[in-house]
Design a protein around this ligand. Structure first.
Ligand SMILES: [Mn+2]
Length: 424
């Protein structure tokens, strides 16, 4: 088994003394490092099944081989990541790309790797083979009731499959919208979508949550039926207490103040989950922290402050997931980088002295407020993140171990150079 060949403890032994020096330095600079390290150790980010293969654009796809050929191999890949960093203890499935052939067996397999099933994702944004009616002009907002019924039935089916896997949430992202002015009646499209979501909502088990994800544009380029956080919030407020808005960092118009959106959704008790990625121009789905690490930090600042204000559990009360995919990196290396970036940003936010920040705000000391934030942002939190991993039995430097153990080469040998993972 590939897991046994990772040699994590040997790597940690070799890297330990240099790590301890770096850790000692930062622990001398900050208050209560232990409580930060414990929070980092607890924080888990779900890995989406569709990020394990090379992503593509509409111009092409350049797979590098060794991609998981089925759900079992996808679970094996997430298990590998989790062994390396002990921070990716959940997998988020996409139906119908990952229909579990034998749910009980799949659940056992995941448990062997210490993984649980995070939110289930339905898909009514593309037509599947053998599907009776087309989603070309939308799904839940479609003018034809028969299409809406088909999309509702699919979502209910995804819930049923999720129950068997032990998942506790459904994420609905709709591509529904219009590409040209005049194509849809906004009000009627909203109403039809709400009616359909209500029907799906009525099939949620008691302890389940429904996440309504929004996106400003693409694949429709004029309007989107769940286009922004305001529209999502309208739906989830009307749906009921089990419905929440899901924020995907890449789903906003350029330069939107995402941290403010997060703060207000949390205040309204309607923030349910989070999709991490990064972008320069649109929904670029780039590696978390690769373009705008300061924005990520500011988002985490609002998350930490807002969750503390409501005595929420940082690790458990919101659904954390990566939603990224692109075509130039090894997907597993990319996911290791993304998880690392998330933990670095979270650790920086934990360093913020909120009491002093509130004092500065009360005195309108704008300079001091900025100093407090940026002092935290400019602190190198990587030794804290590495220490959290070390305590959890993971690798001090996961990427180094991944490369040293030649994981990709072995996967190519095992699965072939032309293996193809389902997904986008
Ligand atoms: Mn997303």
């Amino acid at each position: 088994m590939l897991l046994d060949e990772l040699n994590i403890s040997q790597h940690n032994q070799d890297a330990l003394s240099a790590h301890k020096k770096r850790l000692q330095f930062i622990c001398g600079e900050i208050n209560d490092p232990d409580s930060i390290i414990q929070k980092l150790e607890k924080f888990q980010v779900a890995i989406p099944s569709w990020a394990l293969g090379t992503g593509g654009t509409r111009f092409g796809r350049f797979p590098r081989g060794g991609e998981p050929r089925n759900l079992e191999e996808k679970i094996e890949d997430v298990g590998l990541l989790h062994a390396l960093n002990r921070s990716g203890g959940a997998i988020s499935l996409h139906i119908p790309w990952d229909i579990p052939p034998d749910p009980a067996m799949i659940r056992r397999l995941a448990a062997q790797y210490g993984l649980r099933f995070d939110a289930m994702n339905s898909n009514t944004f593309q037509d599947q083979q053998g599907q009776e009616l087309s989603y070309k002009f939308g799904s839940l907002h479609h003018t034809d009731e028969a299409v809406r019924k088909q999309a509702i039935a699919h979502n209910i089916d995804v819930i049923t499959q999720g129950i068997e896997l032990g998942s506790e949430s459904l994420t609905v992202w709709l591509a529904d919208g219009s590409s040209f002015p005049g194509q849809v009646n906004f009000r009627k499209a909203f109403q039809r979508t709400l009616d359909a979501l209500q029907e799906i909502y009525s099939h949620l088990p008691q302890d389940w949550k429904m996440f309504v994800e929004y996106k400003a544009y693409e694949p429709n380029f004029y309007s989107t039926t769940v286009g922004d956080w305001g529209q999502s919030l309208l739906y989830v407020q009307k749906l009921g207490p089990k419905a929440f808005t899901l924020v995907d960092l890449g789903h906003h118009l350029p330069n939107a103040n995402i941290e403010q959106i997060v703060a207000l959704l949390l205040m309204e008790k309607k923030l349910g989950g989070f999709h991490f990625n990064d972008s320069k121009y649109g929904d670029d789905d780039l590696t978390v922290g690769s373009i705008k690490p300061y924005q990520l930090f500011l988002v985490f600042n609002e998350l930490v402050e807002g969750m503390n204000a409501r005595s929420m559990d940082h690790a458990l009360d919101l659904a954390w997931m990566i939603d990224a995919s692109h075509n130039v990196k090894d997907p597993l290396e990319d996911l290791l980088q993304s998880v690392e970036a998330i933990l670095i940003g979270y650790a920086q936010a934990l360093l913020i002295d909120h009491r002093r920040l509130e004092l500065a705000r009360a005195e309108n000391d704008v300079v001091q407020a900025q100093e407090i934030l940026q002092r935290a942002f400019r602190t190198d939190t990587r030794p804290l993140v590495a220490e959290a991993r070390f305590r959890a039995g993971a690798a001090l430097d996961p990427l180094h171990v991944f490369r040293e153990a030649r994981v990709r080469e072995k996967l190519v040998k095992e699965r072939g150079s032309k293996s193809f993972a389902t997904g986008l």
